[in-house]
Design a protein around this ligand. Structure first.
Ligand SMILES: [Zn+2]
Length: 214
C-alpha cells in the first residue's frame, strides 16, 4: 500500500479507536525500500487529511516532499527511527487511562500476559519537556530504551512503536488496556507484576514463535 494512504488510514483508525481526540497525536512510517520517513501534518483534522497533506523526510531530517507544516513532534519521530532501526511505525496518542499515569508520573508495570508479550518492558514515563522540543524527543528515546515498545510522556500522552503499522497499533491498544486494568486493580488492591524472567520468555515467544507459520 502507498505510504501516504497508510498514514491517512492510520489517522482515522487512531481517532475511531479513541486513542486521541480532535487533531492531537501524530503518526509516522518508515518506507523500508527507501528509508524515507512519512509523517502526518501539524494540527489537521484526521478525517479531512488527504495523501497530499502527508510530508516526507530523510532520516537526517531533510525534507523531501510536502507543502504542509509537519507534526510538531517530527523530531521525536525521527529520533526514535534513528535510535531503533528495527522500528518502522511510531504512533503518538493521548488515550485516557494512559494519560492518568502520565499525569501522575507513575510507571505502569506489566501485570498481564498480553502486556508482557507485546509491550516489552515496564512502561516508563519520560521526563517532562515542552511539546515539540528536542528535550522531549531525547527523553522519549531514553524512556523507550533498547527494548521497550511504548512509553508515556509526562502530563502529555503516550508513544507506541512497532516493526509495522499493525504492530504499533497492537502496542497502542494493549498499552491503553493495560493502563485501564491497572487503574481498576488499584481501586481494590495491589496488582502483582509478572516476573522479569517470565516477561523475557513471553516476549521471545510472541516475537519469534507465536501465530501460524513460525
Ligand atoms: Zn501530543
Amino acid at each position: 500500500m502507498d505510504c501516504r494512504q497508510l498514514l491517512i488510514d492510520a489517522g482515522l483508525r487512531m481517532i475511531n479507536a479513541s486513542l486521541t481526540v480532535e487533531t492531537w497525536g501524530n503518526i509516522s512510517f518508515r518506507d523500508i525500500s527507501t528509508g524515507n520517513i512519512y509523517i502526518t501534518p501539524s494540527g489537521m483534522d484526521y478525517v479531512a487529511c488527504r495523501c497530499d497533506d502527508i510530508l516526507v523526510y530523510k532520516l537526517d531530517g531533510a525534507k523531501l516532499e510536502g507543502e504542509r507544516k509537519p507534526s510538531i513532534e517530527l523530531d521525536l519521530h525521527l529520533s526514535i527511527m534513528r535510535s531503533r532501526p528495527e522500528i518502522n511505525a511510531v504512533i503518538h496518542t493521548h488515550p485516557v487511562y494512559s494519560m492518568v499515569f502520565a499525569c501522575l508520573k507513575q510507571n505502569i508495570p506489566l501485570i498481564m500476559d498480553e502486556a508482557a508479550q507485546s509491550l516489552g518492558e515496564e512502561i516508563r514515563v519520560a521526563e517532562y519537556a515542552l511539546p515539540g522540543s528536542p528535550e522531549l524527543a531525547a527523553n522519549c528515546v531514553a524512556a523507550l530504551g533498547e527494548n521497550g515498545y511504548a512509553c508515556l510522556l509526562q502530563s502529555h500522552g503516550a508513544v507506541c512503536i512497532g516493526e509495522s503499522m499493525k504492530a504499533a497499533f497492537r502496542t497502542a491498544k494493549v498499552l491503553e488496556l493495560t493502563a485501564q486494568i491497572y487503574h481498576m486493580c488499584r481501586q481494590i488492591g495491589e496488582p502483582v507484576p509478572i516476573s522479569k524472567e517470565n516477561i523475557a520468555v513471553m516476549r521471545d515467544y510472541f516475537r519469534n514463535k507465536y501465530g501460524q507459520g513460525k
